[in-house]
Design a protein around this ligand. Sequence first.
Ligand SMILES: CC(C)(COP(=O)(O)OP(=O)(O)OC[C@H]1O[C@@H](n2cnc3c(N)ncnc32)[C@H](O)[C@@H]1OP(=O)(O)O)[C@@H](O)C(=O)NCCC(=O)NCCS
Length: 178
Amino acid sequence: MNLRIVEIQKDSRIMEEVPEPYCEIFGEEPWNEELEPKEVIETMREQLERPGAIALAALKDKKVVGFIWMYEIFKNDLREGTRYSPKLRFLFENQKRVFYLQEIGVIKEMRQQGIGERLTRELLRREKENGADVVVLSTNGKAGSMILLISKIGFQNSGIVRPPEELGRTYWILELMD
Ligand SMILES: CC(C)(COP(=O)(O)OP(=O)(O)OC[C@H]1O[C@@H](n2cnc3c(N)ncnc32)[C@H](O)[C@@H]1OP(=O)(O)O)[C@@H](O)C(=O)NCCC(=O)NCCS
């Protein structure tokens, strides 16, 4: 398969192309998000400004068929009413550097061909080089493929519920080993 994994530079052509697959992917069950491409690009810009942010795209014949990004979080990001629950405080013990895997998606037609796994492993490798010790993400128990993918990679379900509770999301955690 002619597939390339590339870094998404801020405000590049590739970044401008992410909202289309993003809206398609997160419009599906269990997410059912109704997003406008403009909102997606704005949120992406904000998130890619954060310390340690790296975003990758999977390109097939120059078309974006998958994406992933993460960034570092800090103890003072942990606040009620945000996606970073104060219950995650224990992750920072022993001066650990904690990164948040914010988004991952692969378009429907290209799933189950190893693209999500390639994107994840490549990003974990790069962020480990950046000093990441622990990676955390939140996902919905109904996102079956995501659960299978992150379990294969070694993430563990912490059982800690991400507020608001009715969305059924828990945090999954991966310690990056040497
Ligand atoms: C989660 C997602 C990114 C996975 O991408 P993908 O490219 O299809 O995943 P891969 O082909 O790399 O799968 C890697 C491993 O995950 C597991 N897996 C993923 N999807 C699976 C499925 N539908 N059935 C069985 N196993 C699956 C398998 O263990 C697979 O490894 P294997 O092929 O050696 O068995 C994709 O399903 C997706 O975009 N889903 C919608 C968006 C989403 O839910 N994002 C997460 C938000 S928190």
